[in-house]
Design a protein around this ligand. Structure first.
Ligand SMILES: Nc1ncnc2c1ncn2[C@@H]1O[C@H](COP(=O)(O)OP(=O)(O)O)[C@@H](O)[C@H]1O
Ligand SMILES: [Mg+2]
Length: 248
């Protein structure tokens, strides 16, 4: 599952980390692939990007296999392929390479089973790294922030997903749109929710992720919120999302 949106700050990393942890909590073996040079899901899962030896960069360049780069985290069942800032270079180097959109798909083809879910944390752009994620994935999950301009760029993203389906990856489907940072006390949050219900009636996931300060605190402690504060509203919402994902 590729978690993608070319906007930054909408909750891609937060979703990958916490959905991953919630799925692992339910007994699944989960692999998070950090495809963002900013390495937020790597550090958010307690791994120091600067000390990671084998990263997404080596995976994409073919220097290391998926089994070699998958690193266990402190959460049982949850593994991460760490990223490093060097991944910026990979995006540039890929431009002149053969099958440049298919590098991740090829690397993942070597997965020996074991993982029930693979979640890919995309960078905030629709460049080659995100295309690699969409070309490798069965599903795309699109988080949106319940804020002004939430829908800005969404049509373009959904069109890109359609293009990838037609040209690179016929099995790609849209898992759904996930509203993040929902605040039931503000009219703005409801406006965004109603607007998405109106424009994309059957695309919206049922689970709403509330704005919850524990969620951002958890990341800065290198933990998913399900571990940092297991009973807070954020943790409950990500468990509900895991159930929604598992039940489909
Ligand atoms: N539901 C939430 N409640 C509170 N803070 C959140 C929530 N979701 C995301 N954040 C915070 O918002 C910021 C952006 O989220 P992030 O997941 O890094 O976005 P992206 O990966 O799309 O750039 C981070 O500081 C994160 O901790
Ligand atoms: Mg991110």
């Amino acid at each position: 599952m590729a978690v993608a949106n070319q906007k930054g700050g909408v909750g891609k990393t937060t979703t990958v980390m916490n959905l991953g942890a919630a799925l692992a909590e339910r007994g699944a073996q989960v692999l998070v692939i950090d495809l963002d040079p900013q390495s937020n899901s790597t550090s958010g899962l307690g791994i120091d990007p600067s000390r990671a030896r084998l990263t997404t960069y080596q995976l994409l360049s073919g220097e290391a296999s998926i089994d070699e780069v998958a690193t266990p985290t402190a959460v049982p069942g949850l593994h991460v392929v760490p990223s490093q800032v060097a991944l910026v270079g990979a995006e540039i180097e890929l431009v002149n390479q053969e099958d440049r959109e298919g590098r991740l798909r090829r690397a993942l083809a070597a997965l020996t089973g074991g993982f029930g879910y693979v979640l890919i944390d995309c960078p905030p752009s629709l460049g080659l790294l995100t295309l690699n994620a969409l070309a490798a994935a069965d599903e795309a999950l699109v988080p949106l922030q319940a804020e002004y301009f939430a829908l800005e760029g969404l049509a373009h993203l959904l069109y890109t997903i359609q293009l990838v389906r037609m040209n690179l990856n016929p099995k790609l489907t849209l898992a759904g749109i996930l509203i993040n940072q929902f605040d039931a006390r503000t009219t703005l949050s409801w406006d965004v929710l109603n607007e998405i219900r109106r424009v994309y009636p059957d695309r919206l996931l049922q689970t709403l992720i509330p704005r919850n300060v524990r969620v951002s605190e958890a990341s800065s402690h290198g933990q998913p919120v399900t571990v940092y504060d297991p009973s807070c509203r954020g943790a409950q919402a990500f468990r509900q999302l895991a159930e929604e994902v598992m039940s489909r």
